[in-house]
Write a protein that binds this ligand. Structure first.
Ligand code: SF4
Length: 704
């Protein structure tokens, strides 16, 4: 019998922003097995259910797209074509549209799943060479509110803390996040820390749902959706009243405290508690826990970010760290939990419609010229590009004519998705660069390009704590699939840009590293060799042999012009989402379940991951069950002004009366149009971050 040889190598999990290290074994017949990397500083050998099953995803090629497909007109079916024919036509179409309608008639919609090198090249091509800023990413749906808040508070999109601060803190305020399910390994570290220090460590969870994270907490503030600003300001007021603030830090290192205090004092604790639907004592208790702690970390995710007042919610939370002086100290700081594995890497290379590479600002003429000079082009357009939802609005209006979609499935994930689908079908030309036939977005594609998946391409990613990891290529892509970076470079050269004739992915990474020199995210001394030999490292890494930076702002010198952190004041303490009325009396929030990832093109094919939730269910409180004559397990119809879904009800006290919860993963391919949560949501965005509101949609429910 033939002996199977095993080869071992290290890589990083491709799902969430926790960024767990993996040790993989590859047999001589190219089958992969995975386990947690015991020596990795993030996960210390642990993996969650999704990470543990990554080998099934890598080994199962049954859903993979193996060769390019194209249709010659909307009325023809797609047929197999060569790479040459497909990319040549794409280049001809893009050139013609740019010539006829200008560069803003084309755009790219990419993803926080893209590796940094792919993101960098797509951004350089679009902004530097095509002459438009029309490149945005599904990270817009995820953390753009946090980006705006960090920039306005600290002067730059800079997460100050590290996972290592978890074990140094004794008070955690987790708001609008369920890390027990969505950032499981980070949460395991927190759980262990609390198990070892049960009396000292306090956990507060702010969430309208009683999630597993909330069940674990010492205090669950089950507020009315959308009232977070009122709550955080009330906690702030109580901290001030009780003398739990750091006056010296406020005086020496911040600006605008008096305006903050004025807004925090605009409501009495009693009125604030009533507005949030909470007992006053719970707000007081939260303030006591924070005020008495030595190390205070706030953590948040989509519950704050995905809101029509998402940036203001972020401000209100960040302000709690400023009044208590809890930034730039071990075990302290505000920690935005990134959803996707490389959302932060994408921001670093400027992969959003309003950003430039290396954290430079599009609205700054000097920054635009610096980037143009580095790339050897005359200029970067000053006009901000279309953001994610604006892109689909522009397809609808006909202003955007061609779109290139890579590594993401907007036909499940965008708000008001039926409208987005109709808009995409109106486009003159749609390219979809994808690994799986299970993506709903393929339905709208004129050109499908088969992409390489995890382990089939090399590159880097940055996790939520600024940690850059190198991911090796250990498998050949199936069929004719190619690495995304190679596809972008090939297309760019067919557009006539010889600057994209790179010899390797490493060369692209080195170019980006060079660009970071002298900036706040300097990694000019972090080459592939160091990452391969030493493992992952946190930016900035400004000098040769620099070990990386665990914590930012330890000198309390921030990146603002005054070097002080800024108290930003929410424009209003109230939510601006459309409120429930007689016709749509309930509030729908959407989110994730434990074992699935986004639109399930990867996790959906692992049968053991479908045992936790085999299909989506609508969570509804027993009070509403009685009110609307709905029993557990019955099929119900949920309607909003936009659309409807039909699915089974789960009667549970985990949601507040008046609130419904629906998971966002299921689309048409893996289920049916009537299970798609985003049929209901609105294309309503935060005015500052342009992030859509997925957490507050007024709906009705009835038995079907
Ligand atoms: Fe992967 Fe995130 Fe799970 Fe870690 S916590 S194994 S990075 S999905």
């Amino acid at each position: 019998m033939k002996k199977i040889q095993q080869e071992e190598f290290k890589t990083t999990c491709s799902y969430c922003g926790v960024g767990c290290g993996i040790v993989a074994q590859k047999s001589s017949d190219n089958k992969i097995t995975v386990k947690g990397d015991k020596n990795h500083p993030v996960n210390r050998g642990m993996l969650c259910s999704k990470g543990m099953n990554l080998d099934y995803v890598a080994n199962d090629l049954s859903d993979r797209i193996l060769y390019p497909e194209m249709r010659w007109s909307k009325s023809h079916p797609r047929e197999r074509v060569s790479w040459h024919k497909g990319l040549d036509r794409a280049a001809r179409v893009f050139k013609t549209l740019i010539q006829k309608y200008g560069p803003d008639s084309v755009g790219f919609y990419v993803s926080g799943q893209c590796l940094t090198e792919e993101y960098y090249i797509a951004n350089k091509l679009t902004k530097g060479f095509l002459g438009t800023n029309n490149i945005d990413t599904n990270s817009r749906l995820c953390m753009s509110s946090a980006v705006v808040a960090y920039k306005k508070t600290f002067g730059e999109d800079s997460v100050p803390v590290s996972y290592d601060d978890i074990e140094l803190a004794d008070c955690f305020l987790i708001a609008g996040a369920n890390p027990a399910w969505c950032h499981p390994i980070l949460f395991r570290r927190l759980e262990k820390h609390k198990e070892e220090n049960p009396e000292e460590v306090k956990v507060i969870v702010v969430d309208p749902r009683r999630t597993d994270s909330a069940r674990f907490a010492d205090l669950h503030l089950q507020l009315i959706p959308g009232t977070d600003i009122i709550l955080f300001n009330a906690i702030g007021r109580r901290l001030i009243e009780r003398g739990y603030i750091d006056k010296r830090f406020i005086k020496e290192h911040t600006e605008n405290f008096q305006d903050y205090k004025k807004q925090a004092y605009s409501l009495s604790l009693k009125k604030a508690a009533k507005g949030c639907g909470l007992p006053v004592d719970e707000i007081k208790e939260a303030a006591e826990m924070i005020g008495r702690s030595k190390g205070f970390i706030s953590m948040w995710a989509m519950g704050l970010n995905q809101s029509s007042v998402g940036t203001d919610k972020n401000f209100a939370l960040l302000n709690l760290s400023l009044i208590t002086g809890r930034v730039g100290k071990p075990g302290n700081g505000p920690f935005s939990l990134t959803g996707q594995p490389n959302a932060m890497g994408g921001r670093e290379v400027g992969g959003m419609a309003n950003l430039l590479a290396v954290h430079k600002n599009l609205n700054n003429p000097q920054h635009r010229q610096e980037v143009a000079d580095f790339w050897g082009v005359d200029k970067i357009s000053e006009k901000p590009g279309y953001t994610a939802t604006e892109m689909f609005d522009a397809l609808e209006s006909g202003e955007l004519k061609a779109v290139w979609i890579a590594c993401t499935n907007p036909m499940v994930s965008l708000p008001d998705v039926r409208k987005a689908e109709a808009a995409l079908k109106k486009a003159k030309f749609v390219v979809v660069q994808e690994i799986s036939h299970k993506s709903d977005t393929l339905e709208c594609a004129d050109l499908v390009l088969p992409a390489a998946g995890w382990m089939e391409k090399e590159g880097t990613m940055t996790n939520s704590e600024r940690r850059i990891s190198y991911l090796p290529q250990e498998l050949s892509p199936p069929g004719e699939a190619r690495a995304d970076v190679e596809i972008f470079c090939d297309f760019a050269q067919r557009m006539g840009f010889s600057e994209f004739n790179y010899n390797s992915t490493e060369e692209i990474y080195a170019e980006y590293c060079e660009m970071t020199k002298g900036t706040n995210i300097d990694i000019s001394h972090l080459n592939y060799d160091r990452l391969k030999n030493e493992g992952s490292i946190q930016w900035p890494v400004p000098e040769y042999r620099h070990p990386g930076t665990t914590r930012l702002f330890e000198d309390h010198q921030f990146y603002t012009p005054s070097k002080k952190a800024i108290f930003n004041i929410p424009a209003s303490i109230n939510n601006t989402s459309t409120l429930p009325d007689e016709e749509f009396p309930l509030i729908l929030t959407t989110g994730r379940v434990r074992d699935q990832w986004h639109s399930m093109t990867k996790t959906g094919k692992v049968s053991r991951l479908r045992t936790h939730y085999s299909s989506p269910v609508l969570e509804i409180n027993p009070v509403d069950g009685i009110k609307y004559f709905i029993k557990n397990g019955e099929v119900v119809e949920v309607k909003s002004e936009n659309g409807n879904v039909r699915l089974r009800a789960k009667i549970t006290k985990d949601v507040r009366p008046g609130v419904l919860f629906l998971p966002m993963h299921w689309g048409k391919q893996l289920s049916s149009d009537l299970n798609r949560a985003n049929n209901l949501t609105f294309n309503r965005v935060d005015p500052q971050s342009k992030e859509p509101d997925f957490k507050f949609t007024r709906v009705s429910v009835s038995k079907f």
